[in-house]
Design a protein around this ligand. Sequence first.
Ligand code: PAF
Length: 282
Amino acid sequence: MEVIGNLQLMQERSLALRKEGKIIGFVPTMGYLHEGHLSLIRKAREETEVVVVSIYVNPTQFGPGEDFDRYPRDLERDRSILENERVDILFAPSDKDMYPPDFSTYVEETKISQRWEGERRPGHFRGVTTIVAKLFNIVLPHRAYFGEKDWQQAKIIKRMVRDLNFPVEIIVLPTVREKDGLACSSRNTYLSPQAREKATSIYKTLKKGEEWLRKGWGHKEILEKMKKELEEIPGLELEYLVLVDPDTLEPLQNIQKENLFLIACRVDGVRLIDNLCVKLEK
Ligand code: PAF
C-alpha cells in the first residue's frame, strides 16, 4: 500500500491513474477504523480498480468543546488494517497542508443541513462539506463511499455533489452493527462497559418503533412511547428522536411508504447518533 501525505502528490497520482483509464474508489474516514469502514472499503474494492482511503480528523467539523482533541487516533493500527484489506493508497494529509493559516473558503449546503445534527452542532456540516469537497478535488475519485449511519451527512454530500456538479458517484451503504445492534462508530470507544450496555437500548427502541409503525400506530403515539422507554434508562439523555421523510429530512405529518427515525442522545455523557429507515407496503 502506498502512503501519501502530500496533497499535490496525491492529486498527481490520481491524475496519472485516470490517464491510464483506472476507476478510482474513495473512502474518506477520520480513522480508528471499524467494521462500518471495512464494509465501505470492501465494496470499493469490489467495484473499482484503485481504492484510496483517507484518514484525516478534520478540525473544522468539530465545534468548540467537542471531542476533536480526544478523538481516537492510531495510524499504525489503521495502516495494518488497510494493508489487510488490499487498499492501494492511504492518503493521510496534515492539518497545516489542509488548512494553511490564511484558509478562507468554505462549502456550505444551506437546506437539509439546518435541522437535527445541524441544529445541535452549528458549523459541523459546513466543516464536513468543505473537507469532502477538498478531498474530492485532491483524490479525484470516480466513486465515493459513505455509511447510512450518518444519514443526514450522506444526504448533504449527495446534494453538494449534485448542486456543485462534482463528477463523483456517491454510494451509501447500510449501517454495520455490533451483534447487540449498536451501530459501529469510532466514538463507541468512549463508552464504559456500563454505558456500552445502556447504549444497546438505542437500536432496541428503534426496532420497537419499526414494529409499531408496521402495526399501523400513529406517529405521535409511536414517538411518545419510544421516548418514554428511553427516559427510563438512567444516564440516557435524549437530544432528539424524530420521524422524518428520508429525503427531505422534514418531520412527517403522516406515515408514508418510507419513514426515517433519527435519534441523537447522550449515554453517560457520550454523544451517539443512529437512525432506522422503515419501508412499508402502501
Ligand atoms: O463520516 C466521517 O467520518 C467524516 O465526517 C468524513 C466524511 C470523513 C469527513 O471528515
